[in-house]
Design a protein around this ligand. Structure first.
Ligand code: FES
Ligand SMILES: [Fe+2]
Length: 395
């Protein structure tokens, strides 16, 4: 007979071994075990221990820029529906009909008449999640319309959400600290790059055959810039001055104090820069992770956001969004410049995706546990890994 108990025991011990390895990493004895980047069991645990409880980003609000826009996303096993309602508010619901659980929408669309209709049996919802019609719910020809009391108990399940610097965040468990407290250290840090001066350029959806953590680590890794992105960082000299900043137990970053100055400007036109920027900040490039899955970069004239939506251990969907600084009608007159900025940054992102997919393959070998960080360069990468390890073990 099949020994299910033995199998379960084996599964438990494998998992315990891995947890032991993660604890050893936190004690400074070993590198983070390679399995955490490729193991589906780890991924399943992450969806509970991390993605359920933290403030996670799901998309950018520019994806639902008009009232009635609907944008479905999958993130770490959760299927969500982002809408812009009639009051111009971004709201997030589970993408699940209250009747038999059918997804309401499978691709981005505009809700006709401000209504969402379930494709299974036709229940109709308004954009604030209320059920407004359920055809023949009472199975009566004379009384085909369900009464309001019946309907009011059958709305969509809404998720705690907020928008910050155009990034849509949700907290699925509802138990995380207030978003304001969570983001306050970074909000203060970015005071001179104010969100109300941002002008959205684009939000591109990409698929990366790599673990989401590798993408997060890569974003705060200055060491790779001179080799992988020569066109934005021409030599190690520029990258040498980088330093790490730790803002909270969920947010850290990497600053290149002369990063912007080292960018070769091939355009005659200069984009407007943030109006409050003074002194040395006018040459800063600052990149941050907001644990677990949000990446943000600011330059004097630019913001970039990457939202990582893990699909499985080796597959991540990302929203890659660009913003410039608005100033009167500058961008109406310089649309080619904004397209150029967009092309250049997408090119850099493609270089990263190529690199990450190769990295995922090499990290799939058991010998990958023997990789190690370079302490002088990888301080923010290490910080990300430590936050991940603590949250994973505690969750
Ligand atoms: S599952 Fe949506 S109406 Fe039945
Ligand atoms: Fe990169």
């Amino acid at each position: 007979m099949y020994d299910i108990q033995g199998v379960n025991k084996e599964l438990r011990s494998t998992s315990e071994l891995l947890r032991e390895g993660i604890r050893n990493f936190l004690d400074g004895a070993t590198a983070l075990p390679g399995e955490v980047f490729r193991d589906e069991e780890v991924f399943r645990d992450e969806t509970q221990s991390i993605f359920l409880h933290e403030w996670i980003s799901v998309a950018c609000a520019q994806a639902v820029s008009n009232v009635g826009d609907v944008f479905p996303v999958h993130v770490a096993g959760y299927s969500l529906l982002i809408v812009r309602d009639k009051k111009n508010q971004v709201r997030v619901f589970y993408n699940m009909c209250g009747h038999r659980g059918s997804p309401l929408v499978s691709e981005a669309c505009r809700a006709r008449g401000g209504l969402l209709s379930c494709p299974y049996h036709g229940w109709v919802y308004s954009l604030n999640g209320n059920l407004v019609a359920a055809p023949f719910l009472n199975r009566s020809r004379e009384d085909s319309r369900a009464d309001d009391e019946q309907l009011s108990q059958l709305g969509l399940v809404e998720v705690r959400s907020t928008v910050w610097r155009d990034i849509i965040f949700v907290n699925l468990s509802g138990s995380a600290v207030s978003f304001e407290d969570h983001i306050a250290p970074l909000d203060r840090r970015l005071e001179d790059w104010p969100a109300d001066e941002l002008h959205p350029v684009s939000a591109t959806e990409c698929e990366v055959s790599a673990n989401w953590k590798l993408a997060a680590e890569n974003f705060v890794d200055a060491y790779h810039l001179p080799l992988v992105h020569r066109e934005i960082c021409s030599g190690f000299e520029g990258a040498l001055k980088q330093f790490g900043v730790s803002l909270s137990d969920r947010i850290a970053g990497m600053v290149m104090p002369e990063g912007y100055g080292s960018v070769e400007e091939d355009s005659k036109e200069k984009s407007p820069i943030f109006s409050k920027l003074r002194g040395q900040k006018r040459t800063h490039i600052e990149t941050f992770f907001i644990f677990p899955n949000t990446l943000i970069l600011v330059e004097p004239d630019f913001q970039q956001v990457i939202v990582l939506r893990p699909q499985r251990a080796g597959l991540t969907h990302e929203t890659f969004a660009n913003y410039v600084v608005s100033e009167g009608s500058f961008w109406e007159a310089h649309s080619e410049l904004s397209r150029q900025i967009d092309r250049d940054s997408l090119n850099v992102n493609d270089q990263d995706i190529d690199l990450l997919e190769k990295l995922q393959k090499s990290r799939s070998m058991s010998v990958a546990s023997q990789t190690q960080v370079a302490p002088e360069w990888d301080q923010t990468v290490s910080e990300f890994q430590k936050i991940w390890a603590r949250c994973f073990l505690e969750g």
